[in-house]
Design a protein around this ligand. Structure first.
Ligand code: DGY
Length: 322
């Protein structure tokens, strides 16, 4: 009997592909860049499974192009804002993601950004590279202290909690957070306090964004919210670019309303070549590398393969999107 066909939208760690091969014929999109829309639509045609990335928009058009036999979409990411879930569910197509395995890696990047922006590392690195470093400077590249400061975690899910633990354990930071539900165990563990977003923004020295992207989280941090932040505060976003109003952030940074920003995510990705954010010395932008460790990426490959295989077999996905 012939195996089902699955479209894998990019080269992922081999461990994932090897898991899939006994169960399906893999139609792999090779190449460094995502499939173009036409390549995606052609690639999924006749497939029973799709292994997608966050850069692949999976919507009605894709479902139509795949055909009625499509059973499962497995996203190689914890976020799934690229997938039309309502349409998938209407069509009975299972959708999975890769939670947990990238929590530590992403929390590490959030803390790295926080440290780098606070201690002005991008400016320091640039000064060395441009031969502008002339002497030990008593007033040069002076940054912010971390010890005992207050961090505000916007969205206290797994990654938010991992960031809070790192900053509380490492620098004894006070932890404030927003969340739909109180996190009582965490309050007990870290002495964290659940507050309104406005209070968090007014009080925190560091604000780290960890919300999923959905209709009600777009631009949660806009001009008004940025105006509530302390002038010496730092904003970190490792979640999704759309959660922060990027134009408002540009203005706040340009006018020095906040100390700086560290972004692992932006809109669009990659950031437009002429975006003023690229030029601001107190804005550090990374190319969405939160999960980019060997362990995390291998585990993401495994989890996404396991979801795909379960979906092909008509079984419940081990890591379903709810
Ligand atoms: C995710 O998984 O959603 C990250 O943004 C990429 O690893």
């Amino acid at each position: 009997m012939s195996k089902p066909i699955v479209f894998v939208a990019r080269q992922i760690p081999e461990v994932g592909i090897e898991l899939i091969r006994p169960y399906a014929d893999v139609r792999l999109h090779t190449g460094h860049l995502p499939p173009t829309r036409d390549e995606l639509l052609a690639g999924v045609s006749g497939c029973q499974g799709i292994l997608s990335l966050l850069s692949d928009r999976i919507d009605t058009e894709v479902f139509e192009a795949a055909g009625d036999q499509l059973k499962v979409v497995s996203n190689f990411a914890v976020g799934f804002n690229n997938i039309d879930l309502a349409e998938a569910s209407r069509r009975g197509i299972a959708v999975g993601n890769t939670p947990e395995v990238l929590t530590d890696a992403t929390a590490d990047i959030a803390v790295s950004l926080l440290l780098a922006v606070s201690r002005r590392l991008p400016e320091c690195i640039r000064a060395v590279q441009r031969r502008e470093w002339k002497t030990w400077e008593p007033l040069g590249w002076v940054g912010l202290d971390l010890q005992g400061k207050t961090v505000g975690i916007v969205g206290m899910g797994r990654i938010g909690q991992a960031v809070a633990r790192r900053l509380h354990g490492g620098w004894q930071m006070k932890v404030l957070y927003t969340s739909r539900q109180p996190k009582l165990a965490l309050e007990e563990e870290l002495g964290a306090a659940r507050v309104s977003l406005d209070d968090l923004l007014r009080t925190s020295d560091f604000v780290s964004v960890h919300l999923p992207l959905a209709a009600d989280t777009e631009h949660v941090i806009g001009a008004r919210e940025l105006s509530l932040m302390k002038p010496q505060a730092v904003l970190i976003n490792t979640a999704r670019g759309e959660i922060v109003d990027q134009q408002a952030l540009e203005a706040a940074l340009r006018d020095r309303k906040i100390f700086g920003a560290g972004l692992d995510v932006c809109v669009p990705e990659p950031l437009a070549g002429d975006s003023p954010l690229r030029e601001l010395e107190h804005c550090l932008i990374l190319p969405h590398v939160g999960s980019a460790t060997i362990t995390a990426r291998n585990a993401m490959a495994e989890r996404s393969a396991q979801n795909l295989i379960a979906g092909l077999q008509g079984n419940a996905l081990p890591f379903p999107v709810h």
